[in-house]
Design a protein around this ligand. Sequence first.
Ligand code: NAG
Ligand code: NAG
Ligand code: NAG
Ligand code: NAG
Ligand code: NAG
Ligand code: NAG
Length: 574
Amino acid sequence: MAFKNHAVLSTICFYAFTTLFSLFIASPDSFLNGMSPQSTVVPYDGGQWVLLHQSIGVSAMHMQLLRNNKVILFDRTDMGPSNASYPQGAEQCRNYTVRNRIIIDCTPHSLLYDVAADTFRPLVVNSDTWCSSGAVDPNGTLVQTGGYGSGIQAIRTFSPCDDDTCGWNELEVRLLAQRWYATNQILPDGRVIVFGGRRAFSYEFFPKSDDKSSKRYYMSFLRETTDPYEENNLYPFLHLLPDGNLFIFANNRSILFDYNNRLVVKEFPAMPGGVKRSYPSTGSSVLLPLKMNGNLDGSGRPEVEVLICGGSFAGAYNRSNLDRVYIGASNSCGRIKLMDPDPKWVMEEMPLPRVMGDMLLLPNGDVIILNGAANGTAGWEDAINPVLTPLLYKTYESDPQRRFMRLNPTTIPRMYHSSALLLPDGRILVGGSNPHEMYNFRRAFPTELSLESYLPPYLSPTSAPLRPTIISIETERNIISYGQEFSVNFALSVYNPDVAISVALLTPSFTTHSLAMNQRMVVLDVASLRRLSVFDYKITTRGPPMTTVAPPGYYLIFIIHAGVPSQALWVKVQ
Ligand SMILES: *[C@@H]1O[C@H](CO)[C@@H](O)[C@H](O)[C@H]1NC(C)=O
Ligand SMILES: *[C@@H]1O[C@H](CO)[C@@H](O)[C@H](O)[C@H]1NC(C)=O
Ligand SMILES: *[C@@H]1O[C@H](CO)[C@@H](O)[C@H](O)[C@H]1NC(C)=O
Ligand SMILES: *[C@@H]1O[C@H](CO)[C@@H](O)[C@H](O)[C@H]1NC(C)=O
Ligand SMILES: *[C@@H]1O[C@H](CO)[C@@H](O)[C@H](O)[C@H]1NC(C)=O
Ligand SMILES: *[C@@H]1O[C@H](CO)[C@@H](O)[C@H](O)[C@H]1NC(C)=O
């Protein structure tokens, strides 16, 4: 028996060795070509695209993963029928007028996607959700706000359920301002801040439980960052920081904002280069992983870095929208350490320019950049040259020349109104794209109803021996308490003691318009790692230290070994 195990182990070790060799030693060129001289045994594949559905009937403009592994997605309800239908006998029709024409629309504009079963259930959403915003509250309920027309002040909720009974709820309480293109962020106390929107130079909170939460507050920063005609400050980027303040970025400016005291604590330098980063010059922003196993400040808070990539140049929207001239998008990124005494943008160049890219955190701390176009801006018919090649940004690569890597391209352009999110198994779900006023299948970049998944390189078969499998989490009902130790049992074929093993919490984002609202990753601090048997391990770690690092709610927990994440389980942080 021992001999057999040994034989198996040495085979796997050899396998793992060749895998590590190809993962870490192959040159960037060989990644591009998919094969390196060394990798004839284990080719590096640059990731893989899988078409899940040619048509799901609804263009996935907004998406959110819920705690029961279902994805709620929707587009808008005021521009004609979708290609989806309700089950017979359960039709729901709405009447509205578009350009003096009455439209009777009996199609759903929202679907609930069951990831494991790969099936859909149509949902009724009544008020218009076009270009709206959302956040999941600590109970796992999606709080979804604003939109256009009938929905511009709407507050809707969706609470996940295990059967087919749950649906959208339209609340009686409404937003205090009209919010179209606003941003939502979950706060340490579980409230949601709803920030900005077109010509909405203010913010407010949900729920409106007390006096302070029932007011709307003026925000001059939003007025100041509005460019004439182009605006370039819609869907502002918001990140909750470990010190309790908000990082707010709009156009080319950013501030540290104390929303409790309505105080701009600090303004960061404008991001250089003449590039506008916010809608319609849409770039994308991520709060890089908060590392409890990294450098901490005197109060035990992790370092904070933000990365913003892509966008378009001043004047690009004027040209695309008025003249149909499509200026090349920006290839620049800025990265900033927010808590430095004198923070500065460190600029980097992507190998490809991109506007309307989606930036998502992968469980290993890298960032994937996908979707979008190389020329033009957001807006109807306002972009050309789809960028089909995703990029990997290796967050912890110390040589800036080696940070970006091209991944395998898709074949489906994902322009304006596309979206993407991380799934618990490490895949990226990619859908949507509709640069037209209504569903239109004749024009260039037709309304896209397909749903794809992208498997990052860590899901390639060659990474399999390195992948941990979570067996159990030793806490009651998978609840993780602030600052409390807990253990995770996992299995692993081959443990490589020379590479890091980590435990990470990730919040799934509400993604729309290149903005992954509430996306957040906390790398926990590891107390010990014990081997229990040949393949079984127990890692002991500590819950996040405070609500400003990880607001209460549902998180995906991953174990990451040699850059290869396990599949995630859901935990509740409280
Ligand atoms: C959507 O429906 C329209 C009208 O019925 C049809 O012409 C079109 O081919 C459909 N598109 C897709 C992608 O299913
Ligand atoms: C839509 O309009 C038609 C014609 O005016 C009317 O008969 C029907 O009841 C309306 N349906 C709804 C859902 O309002
Ligand atoms: C969450 O659920 C609890 C118990 O059902 C309830 O008391 C609380 O108000 C809910 N919180 C939110 C933010 O909805
Ligand atoms: C930021 O945008 C403003 C308004 O368009 C512009 O005046 C300013 O020059 C820009 N700053 C930088 C550093 O590009
Ligand atoms: C865009 O057009 C508006 C309105 O004509 C003008 O005020 C603004 O200066 C233009 N912006 C740029 C950067 O050309
Ligand atoms: C797209 O942008 C590139 C780079 O700026 C530019 O050279 C090219 O002419 C643009 N394409 C079109 C069709 O405008």
